[in-house]
Design a protein around this ligand. Structure first.
Ligand code: ZN
Length: 333
C-alpha cells in the first residue's frame, strides 16, 4: 500500500461499488470474507475498505486523505484498524493473537467511529484460534467490521464461513492483467504473456515474479515436468531435484499450470500450453477433465500438508504427486 488513499484495482471496481452501496444504505454486515486466488489484491481491497470506513469525511466514496482518520492511516498507525496475520516466522495465526483481538474489540473505538479488523489469511487459524474467533462472530460488537481474507475458503471452519458474508473476488482475465502490468514493465524484456500465464493471471504474483529469479526457476520446473511426461526422467529423480527447491512454490506452479491446462482443454486458454511438444499436447488433450479435477484435489491436499504444522516428508510427497501424474498420462497413451 504505497499510495494513499489506496484505490481498488481496476478488476475490483464492481465489488467496490457494491461495498459502497452497502455502506451508504447502512447494510454492511459485521463480517465479510474476501475469498479468491492468491495475488489478486484481496488484502488491498480490504485495506481500501478499512480506509474508507475510518475516514471522517469521505468524498464521493473515497477517503478524503486529509482528516485525522486518514492521517493516522497514512502512517499506518490507526488505533481502530487491527491487522491480524501470522507472526514473523510462524505459519499459523495463534489463539493468543485472537484472544488479544477480542480484548481490543471489547474496548470502544478510540476515534469514536468504526473498528475494522483485517485478518489474513483466514485459513492460517488453527482450530483453537478459529473457535476463539467464532465467539466474537456470534456476538458481534456494534460498529465493528471483520474482514477475513482467504485464499482457500474450504480450509476455513464451516462455522466461521457461514457467519461471514462471502465475497468471491475475481481473477482478472489475461487482457486485463496485461493492460495493468505493461506500464509497470518499462525497460523489462520479460514477455508479458509468459509472465501472466506463469502467475495464473494473478497480477500481484506476476509483479513479484519480475523481481528475483522465480521465472527462471519456473522454466526449469516446467522443463522437468515435460521431460518426466515424455519418460526421459523418472518421478523419483525429479522429486529428488524438486525437494531441494521451495516445494510450496513448485506445488503452486503446478496448480496454476493444471488450471491453465483445464482452461486450454475447454478452449479458453491458449498461451503456454501451445508451446509444449506436439505429442505431449495431443496426450494432454485426451486426459478426461474428471481425472484432472481429481488430480488437482489431491495436490490441494498436499499443499495443505505443506502449509500445516505436520512437516510432511517432501521427497515422498513429491514422488507420489509425480508418480500419479505419470499414471494419469499413461492412461491416455
Ligand atoms: Zn479522511
Amino acid at each position: 500500500m504505497s499510495d494513499f488513499p489506496s484505490h481498488p484495482y481496476p478488476w475490483q471496481l464492481q465489488e467496490w461499488q457494491q461495498l459502497g452501496h452497502q455502506i451508504f444504505a447502512n447494510k454492511l454486515p459485521h463480517a465479510l470474507m474476501f475469498a479468491g486466488a492468491k495475488g489478486i489484491g484481496k488484502r488491498h481491497l480490504a485495506e481500501s475498505l478499512a480506509q474508507l470506513l475510518l475516514c471522517l469525511s469521505p468524498v464521493e466514496g473515497t477517503p478524503c486523505g486529509k482528516c485525522r482518520g486518514c492521517m493516522l492511516n497514512r502512517v499506518r498507525n490507526h488505533p481502530d484498524l487491527i491487522v491480524v496475520a501470522p507472526e514473523e516466522g510462524a505459519k499459523g495465526i495463534k489463539v493468543d493473537q485472537i484472544r488479544s483481538l477480542i480484548e481490543d474489540l471489547g474496548k470502544t473505538a478510540q476515534q469514536g467511529g468504526y473498528k475494522v479488523v483485517v485478518l489474513e489469511p483466514a485459513e492460517a487459524m488453527n482450530a483453537n484460534a478459529a473457535n476463539a474467533l467464532l465467539k466474537s462472530l456470534e456476538e458481534p460488537a456494534a460498529n465493528t467490521l471483520l474482514i477475513l481474507v482467504c485464499h482457500t475458503p474450504s480450509a476455513v471452519l464451516p462455522t466461521i464461513r457461514s457467519r461471514c458474508q462471502m465475497r468471491l473476488l475475481p481473477t482478472p482475465n489475461t487482457e486485463q492483467v496485461i493492460h495493468w502490468l505493461k506500464p509497470l514493465m518499462v525497460g523489462n524484456s520479460t514477455p508479458v504473456e509468459k509472465l501472466v500465464e506463469a502467475a495464473g493471471r494473478a497480477p500481484l504474483t506476476a509483479l513479484a515474479y519480475l523481481e528475483g529469479d522465480a521465472l527462471e526457476r519456473r522454466d526449469a520446473w516446467l522443463l522437468n515436468l515435460i521431460r518426466l511426461s515424455s519418460g526421459q526422467v523418472t518421478a523419483i529423480e525429479v522429486a529428488a531435484q524438486w525437494q531441494k527447491d521451495d516445494v510450496l512454490a513448485l506445488v503452486e506452479w503446478f496448480l496454476v499450470w493444471l488450471h491453465s491446462l483445464m482452461r486450454w482443454q475447454i478452449g479458453v486458454e491458449q498461451i503456454l500450453i501451445n508451446q509444449l511438444p506436439q505429442n505431449l499436447r495431443d496426450r494432454l488433450a485426451k486426459v478426461p477433465a474428471s481425472l484432472l479435477h481429481r488430480y488437482v484435489e489431491k495436490i490441494l491436499i498436499s499443499k495443505r500438508q505443506l502449509l500445516g504444522s505436520s512437516n510432511p516428508n517432501k521427497q515422498l510427497l513429491l514422488e507420489e504427486m509425480l508418480l500419479d501424474w505419470g499414471a494419469l498420462l499413461r492412461s491416455v497413451k
